[in-house]
Design a protein. Structure first.
Length: 374
C-alpha cells in the first residue's frame, strides 16, 4: 500500500554508486564490511545500460552528476570490461575508489583517457596500516604506495579515504602530515565501524575521539594544504548556523539524497551502500528493485513505498531528532550502522559511528575553534 506520509527522499540523486565487481584484489582488510569480496561477480553491460538510460537524463540537468565506481576493487573488473560499463554514460563525471594495488602505467593511461577522478584507500603511514593486508596476509602498504607513485608520475591527482581503528590524539599530527606530504587533494577520515561482516570494531571512547578530532584540526590549521572532509563539514555547518540557515533540530521534511547503489546484478539499495549483498528475514535483500526490471527513475521515485526498511529507518531518525542535541549536525545515524549495531533494527538511535564520527567530531573541532578564536 502506498504511504500517505510526505516523501523524505529527494526525487533526483546527486550521484549513483556502481559496483562493477564484488572482488577486492589483492586486499583483505580486517575491517572490511563486504560479504562477497573474495568472489568474482562482474556487472553486465546490460545493467550499466539500464542505469545510464536514466542517469544521462539527470546529468543533462546537472553538469556535476557523478557515477562512482566503488565496492570491491573497481580495477579488478579489468580495463576492457570497465570501459564497456562506462561507455553508455554521457555527460557524467566518473570516479573510482581504489586500493591502487593494481595501478600500472596502462591503468594510468585509462584513467586519463576516460577523465576518471581517483580516490585511494590508505590509512596513513605504514605503522597505521596494519589492518590493510593482502589476501595472503602480507602488509598491503607497499603495494598501495607503488600504485600511488604511478599516479603521481602520470600527474593524476587523487583524494584519499583513511580508516582509523584507534583514534589516538597522539597519532593525529603524523597521520595528517603523511597525507600532506603525499599530495592528496582531499582526505576523508572514517572511524572503523561495526557493520557488515566486520563485527569486531573496537568500542569507542568518546573523550579520546574528541581529542583526536581536535588534534587533527590543529594539524590541519598548522598546514592547511589538504581539504579535510570532516573538518570542512563542521565549518560549513557552523557557517550555515551563523547565517541563520540551520535551525536545531532539522525539519523532518529536509530531503535526503537517495544515493542509489547499483550492485553487480542490477539490484538497487538506497541510502546505504553498506547494505548491498546482505539479506534479512524481515527486509529481504534490502533492495528497492532491479534496474533490469524497472527504470532507476521509478525505483528512486517509489523507493519509500517499495522498501519496507526505510519506514522503520525514518522512525529511528525521528527518535534521534527528538532526543539528540547534535542532530542538526548529524542528521541521524546511517542505516547500516543502525541495523548492524541494533540487532537488525533500523529504529534504534545512537550508534558507535555517530558517537565517534559525528558527535565527537563536532565537539573536537568546536574545541579547536574555541582555542584558536583569537
Amino acid at each position: 500500500m502506498p504511504s500517505c506520509s510526505p516523501k523524505r527522499l529527494a526525487a533526483v540523486p546527486r550521484a549513483v554508486i556502481m559496483q562493477p565487481t564484488t572482488q577486492c584484489l589483492p586486499m583483505d582488510c580486517t575491517y572490511c564490511y563486504l560479504p562477497l569480496r573474495k568472489e568474482k561477480h562482474l556487472m553486465t553491460v546490460d545493467v550499466a545500460r539500464a542505469v545510464a538510460e536514466q542517469v544521462n537524463a539527470w546529468a543533462a540537468d546537472d553538469p556535476v552528476f557523478e557515477v562512482v565506481w566503488h565496492g570491491g576493487e573497481p580495477l579488478a573488473t579489468g580495463r576492457e570490461h570497465l570501459a564497456a560499463l562506462m561507455a553508455p554514460f554521457d555527460g557524467v563525471k566518473h570516479s573510482v575508489q581504489t586500493n591502487a594495488a593494481l595501478v600500472d602505467d596502462s591503468w594510468c593511461e585509462f584513467l586519463l583517457d576516460h577523465e576518471v577522478a581517483v580516490g585511494v584507500s590508505i590509512d596513513g603511514p605504514a605503522e597505521m596500516n596494519t589492518h590493510r593486508v593482502t589476501l595472503v596476509g602480507r602488509p598491503g602498504f607497499q603495494v598501495t604506495m607503488r600504485g600511488i607513485d604511478r599516479l603521481r608520475r602520470h600527474g593524476i591527482p587523487f583524494s584519499a579515504i583513511a580508516v582509523v581503528s584507534d583514534p589516538d590524539p597522539a597519532d593525529a599530527s603524523r597521520f595528517y602530515e603523511f597525507f600532506a606530504e603525499l599530495g592528496v587533494t582531499t582526505l576523508g577520515v572514517n572511524v572503523e565501524e561495526e557493520e557488515g561482516v566486520n563485527l569486531t570494531a573496537p568500542t569507542p571512547d568518546i573523550g579520546r575521539a574528541v581529542e583526536f578530532w581536535a588534534a587533527l584540526a590543529d594539524a590541519w590549521r598548522a598546514n592547511p594544504v589538504v581539504r579535510l572532509r570532516e573538518i570542512q563539514r563542521v565549518l560549513n555547518f557552523a557557517g550555515a548556523v551563523l547565517q541563520g540557515q540551520v535551525t536545531a533540530p532539522l525539519p523532518a521534511s529536509a530531503p535526503w539524497d537517495p544515493l542509489p547503489t547499483v550492485a553487480y546484478d542490477g539490484g538497487v539499495v538506497m541510502l546505504s551502500p553498506e547494505l548491498a549483498g546482505f539479506t534479512d528475514e524481515r527486509f529481504g535483500d534490502f533492495t528497492t528493485g532491479n534496474v533490469l526490471g524497472l527504470g532507476l527513475d521509478v525505483l528512486v521515485a517509489e523507493a519509500e513505498e517499495r522498501t519496507p526498511w526505510i519506514a522503520e529507518f525514518w522512525k529511528g531518525v525521528d527518535a534521534c531528532r527528538a532526543a539528540c542535541p547534535s542532530f542538526a549536525f548529524c542528521g541521524g545515524a546511517h542505516p547500516a550502522n543502525r541495523y548492524f549495531e541494533h540487532d537488525g533494527r533500523m529504529d534504534g538511535t545512537r550508534t558507535r559511528y555517530c558517537t565517534t564520527a559525528k558527535i565527537a567530531l563536532l565537539e573536537g573541532v568546536t574545541r579547536h575553534v574555541r582555542e584558536h578564536a583569537h
